[in-house]
Ligand binder design. Structure first.
Ligand SMILES: [Zn+2]
Length: 490
């Protein structure tokens, strides 16, 4: 029997507002524990929350970009549970009336040797809530290599409590780990383009829970699902889903039941493990938040949000192709990150050489050094890259020297001209200084020279290579070729 995988994803995004969701405390990552708190986010008795308009505007951007229906009437609810990361014992969230629902997100899928296909994944709902605090479990400091032991207590940092959180729930329409990966990538891209979240999984501003079930292919009824929580990279999400799909399929093949439960992804052992059995939604005893009035989203407000919407990735790609007459492939590479697209458009996209630098050695260097594009951009601003392109266009340096120069620009923050002058990397084109090097190479390579003279004209390439090496990469290859041919043919 053939089986089919059904995956649903639940993504939590921290919104990068100035202040928290219901109070004026700053929303900032990495501050000293418990320095960004007040009676509201600490859940003191008698406090009154106030809705953050900026958070709501950002949330509406997301709802619109995900093609959702925006409800004109929405309210907040209390989700009650007892856990030390939440001093109020309830989280303000949205239950039966989320502000956005029934949307979709298009994902692009590549399978080997097949053209790119697009699949539309439904979005069930998007709602706003507040984040909780963070528990820290201190460990005893020990000598390197020794087992760590946990101290018998936990600490809580409430700086994160009350940070605006957007929950985006997909329909169970994702049918493979690859589709889940593509969905997360597309979602992250849109949210970064909307400028509403950093989407940084390492800092926890993007978090992902997923559920997976398996059913006989063609069945309409969903199989029993397992939830996998707290996975901290897209790659691990994919690996966890691959493992879980296999685990459940094997159980079904043996005629054994899948248990509905929450599982954890163990990165080291590369397996999912049971965590705890699933609470039902009614365990939370939701009820309307009595301290907040319902929110009315009128046409005027929505218009204002639409007016301030940054350009979405697909729109931007289409515009770039038309505006700069560049290929779809080039556009896709240049827009893979918003920071890169902004960088390109601030200058480099307009000249062919600078564009090629971005598509070639810039990408190569950030991959090799494993740095973010943003870091590259801080050290090599667009005007410096344009200047490097100019040095190449004017043939001040040999094109093969560009990688070395860019590396030094990244290390030192200096301009291309400063590095080229300072290190004497200028291309050598004058014949009088090249001739002695060429003569030396001819003298030392009698066999190759004989091949050339005997009619094997391609042998000249090897001689050019030797001259380039002898000049430490600075010789003008065109002039070298001319001079070599002249000396050899006489
Ligand atoms: Zn506060």
């Amino acid at each position: 029997m053939d089986y089919e995988i059904v995956i649903g994803l639940e993504v939590h995004l921290q919104l990068k507002t100035d202040s928290k969701m219901f109070c004026g405390c700053r929303n900032k990552f990495g501050a000293e524990p418990n320095t960004l708190t007040c009676p509201v986010c600490l859940g003191m008795p008698g406090i009154l929350p106030v809705i953050n308009k900026q958070a709501f505007d950002y949330a509406l951007r997301a709802g619109l970009a995900l093609n959702c229906k925006i409800d004109s009437f929405t309210k907040f609810d209390r989700k009650n549970y007892f856990y030390p990361d939440l001093p109020k014992n309830y989280q303000i969230s949205q239950y039966d009336l989320p502000f956005a629902k029934d949307g979709w997100l298009d994902i692009k899928l590549t399978t080997d040797n097949k053209p790119l296909t697009t699949k539309r994944i439904g979005i069930t709902r998007v709602h706003l809530e507040e984040d909780t605090g963070k528990l820290i479990h201190p460990e005893v400091r020990q000598e390197a290599g020794a087992e760590k032991t946990q101290l018998g207590y936990s600490l809580v940092d409430l700086n994160r409590a009350g940070v605006p959180l957007l929950e985006i729930v997909s329909k169970p329409e994702i049918n493979s780990p690859e589709e889940a990966y593509a969905y997360l990538g597309a979602l992250k891209e849109i949210m970064q383009y909307l400028e509403i979240s950093d989407c940084d999984m390492e800092k926890g501003s993007l978090r992902c829970d997923t559920n997976l079930s398996v059913r006989p292919k063609g069945d309409k009824k969903l199989g029993t699902k397992a939830e996998i929580k707290n996975i901290n990279s897209f790659k691990f999400v994919k690996n966890a889903l691959v493992y879980e799909a296999k685990r459940q399929t094997e159980l079904l093949k043996k005629g054994e039941p899948v248990i509905q439960e929450t599982r954890l992804w163990d990165e080291k052992e590369e397996v999912t493990k049971p965590m705890r059995s699933k609470e039902e939604a009614h365990d939370y005893r939701y009820f309307p938040e009595p301290d907040l009035v319902p929110v009315i989203i009128d046409a005027k407000w929505l218009e204002e949000v639409k007016k301030n919407m940054p350009e979405l990735p697909e729109t931007r790609r289409k515009r770039l192709i038309n505006q700069y007459q560049i290929s779809e492939h080039e556009t896709n590479v240049l827009t893979q990150e918003k920071a890169m697209a902004d960088y390109a458009e601030s200058g480099p996209v307009r000249t062919k050489t600078a564009r090629n630098l971005m598509l070639g050695i810039v990408l190569q260097i950030i991959n090799e050094r494993k740095i973010e594009f943003g870091e590259f951009a801080r050290k090599v601003p667009p005007e410096n890259l344009l200047e490097l392109a100019e040095q190449l266009d004017k043939k001040i340096i040999v094109s093969t020297m560009a990688t070395t120069v860019l590396g030094k620009m990244l290390d030192s923050g200096k301009t291309a001209a400063e590095i080229i002058k300072g290190q004497g990397l200028e291309q050598v084109s004058d014949k009088s200084s090249l001739e002695p090097i060429i003569k030396e190479v001819i003298k030392n390579n009698a066999k190759i020279v004989a091949d050339y003279k005997g009619g094997k004209k391609t042998a000249i390439q090897s001689l050019i290579g030797q001259v380039m090496k002898a000049s430490r990469g600075k010789a003008n290859p065109q002039i070298v070729k001319e001079l070599l041919a002249k000396l050899l043919d006489n």
